[in-house]
Write a protein that binds this ligand. Structure first.
Ligand code: DGL
Length: 282
């Protein structure tokens, strides 16, 4: 067994969204080796049920542990909102999610906070609850934006249709006079330019990716697990088509990655058996 400081950090998303977290990791923690997993065969996550999402994340964590990662960062808000607490109780590897770091980041910027996120994240109320727990004197509005992820995964960033869709989702938040907009889905940072062209100038955009990477650094420091040597090249794995991911991710990475295919069904886990209810038969 090697030195665990040199082990990689595992990050995952349904698709291209996690690259926004990967880039923040490259920037803030350049010595860390990273394994990136994209569950492209089951994308989008945003309209999956909590039960499905928890099972997918279980499979991914099981695979990540088999790759000997020292920590997992959920580069997916939907998984963080729905599965983080359960997954943390089931796995030994430390797991970080985006919601609390993102909420802490958001309250530093304003009091009238808009959240754009997937339907599953909005349904969970995870951001709203976390923000109001960190800072009760805030007003929070949430907007589910189910059309964004398919548009981003289809590389339609600069399509006029995408701007029309963005206007439709942002307008109700603008009408509430928000001062802060949280990218509550890691894919949405890819549309930052489109949002900027629609939002009033005073609205500050908050990307939880930056805050989760700060939390990752703190956690690594605390556990004495920060790498001090040169990192390994990032390893990319997907559950769907590797060539498609390699081609689409080039735009966001600036290079074409080597992508391997992973069959997660080999890592299917059965959930822990529920604790039996004791009945008094006497
Ligand atoms: N990028 C993910 C998130 O942050 C998942 C989006 C999706 O697949 O719907 O929520």
């Amino acid at each position: 067994m090697g030195n665990s400081k040199t082990f990689p950090i595992g990050i995952f998303d349904s698709g291209l969204g996690g690259i926004t977290v990967l880039r923040a990791l490259y920037h803030q923690l350049p010595k860390e080796s990273i394994i990136y997993f994209a569950d492209t065969a089951r994308l989008p996550y945003g309209n999956r049920s909590p039960e499905e999402l928890i099972q997918y994340v279980r499979e991914i964590l099981t695979w990540m542990e088999a790759q000997e990662v020292k920590m997992v960062v959920m580069a997916c808000n939907t998984s963080s909102a729905v599965a983080l607490d359960i997954i943390r109780s089931e796995f030994k590897t430390p797991v970080l999610g985006l919601i609390l770091p993102g909420a802490k980041g958001a309250v530093q910027h304003g009091k009238r906070i808009g959240i754009i996120a997937t339907q599953a994240t909005v349904n969970s109320n995870a951001y709203k609850d976390a923000i109001q727990e960190v800072e009760p004197a805030t007003d929070v509005w949430q907007m589910a934006c189910p059309e964004f992820v398919p548009l981003i995964e289809a590389n339609r960033i600069n399509d006029p249709h995408t701007k029309r869709v963005a206007r439709k989702y942002l307008q109700p938040l603008i009408e509430q006079n928000i001062d802060t907009l949280v990218f509550g889905c890691t894919h949405y940072r890819h549309l930052a330019g489109v949002f900027k062209s629609i939002l009033p100038d005073h609205v500050v955009c908050v990307d939880p990716a930056e805050y989760v990477v700060k939390a990752t650094e703190q956690e690594l420091d605390l556990m004495g697990l920060k790498n001090a040597t040169l990192p390994m090249p990032t390893r990319f794995a997907v559950s769907g088509c590797p060539d498609q991911f390699a081609e689409l991710s080039h735009r966001w990475l600036g290079y074409t990655p080597l992508v391997e295919k992973v069959d997660l069904t080999e890592f299917m886990t059965t959930p822990p058996a529920p604790v039996p209810v004791r009945r008094n038969l006497s």
